[in-house]
Design a protein around this ligand. Sequence first.
Ligand SMILES: [Zn+2]
Length: 434
Amino acid sequence: MTILFKNAAVMIDGSRWLANGCAAVDGTKITYVGESIPEGRFDRVIDCAGKLLTPAFYNIHCHSAMTLFRGLGGDLPLQRWLNEKIYPAEDRLNPERVRIGSTLAIAEMIRGGTVSFSDMYFFCDETVKAVLDTGMKVNISRCLLSFSEDSTVKGDSRFDEAVELAKTYHNAGDGRMKIDMSVHAEYTNKARYCREVADYTHAHDLNMQVHVSETLDEHEECKARNHGMTPVEFLLDTGILVPSATGTATAAHCVWLSEGDMELLAENRVTVAHNPVSNLKLASGVANLPLMLKKGVRVGLGTDGAASNNAQSMLRELQTAALIHKGVTRRADIIPTGTICDMAMSGGAIAQGRHDCGVIEEGKRADLVLWDLDAINNIPMAEPYSTLAYSAAYGDVTMTMCDGKILYENGEYKTLDVERLRAEAKPILAHYFD
Ligand SMILES: [Zn+2]
């Protein structure tokens, strides 16, 4: 299938854009970007007058099935929210419920221009199948835990599931499925077990996902437990944050990092998943993004689960990240808006090991989004970065394409029966909120 987008404002990346341009897609790849109309015949020509074409979003921290718990325990701080609301609700999950919860998140992400997400949870097969069915991409990981100093991966059913997932699905769907490893966090794991997981990760050249320094208590209690080591130092010491041959780690939250932590993350090519909305909602704090960038840390954006956000909107993360660091530092020029856009797009793609994604360039994967510039809230567009960061709305997405396949267009899901999803979800939601 060949598709030509013409008469579009084209945002190539966070620093280059065309006021009136074209892009061509052949199969899964972008074959042309430029101001003139390329030669050749196309199966479909899309006139994009009044539209903005951008790279799609890559959500690098998520627990998709937790969409079932959207709204549970709205005003509780993290530990009470987990203990009183989330853990009891998770005890009642089963594979079918995880499939439906993940599909709810997938539908919300596709609608908002996200084509790929990094997920950390359980019953991961169900999420993988949902992603394969809907044509999206995922970096999925079976969340690992160890509560005793003697814990070992040998005979650990969670670890066995992670290994089985990697064997079955790694790079399935033409590379759309990637299986990452994950330990939940320092405070839910022990050193020996972490070392064994890290050994497996490096031996198989996989990516790693882990929560790091989300709250001040977590950060300080780690130091007390581990002879002054911060969570970053502990996770480096045990190998968890050490890069594989090509794989790297994604550290979610990183609200309470020291300057030394940031330097270590930069040295080890770790990407920080900045989740500003979840961190604000759970009152965890505001990560020092300007200092991370100054230290050369890679950063992408994530929603976290819908239980702590409560949306799966990468646009809202982008907009929150664009605003909050200006307010905290009282400097309007603290981070260029285009840089924030890059975090949501190419920054996330790189974290997921998708180096051929996240930019509208010839040879890259065709992960594209069309935005309605004729929407009243977007008139006029001075340049695309400020439109995305300060005026666009979630509903302004008119098309989402992943690997050259249209997943959503003009109100219609192309790969997902959303009415059936609503009908399947309702009885489960009633179960959690009765
Ligand atoms: Zn999380």
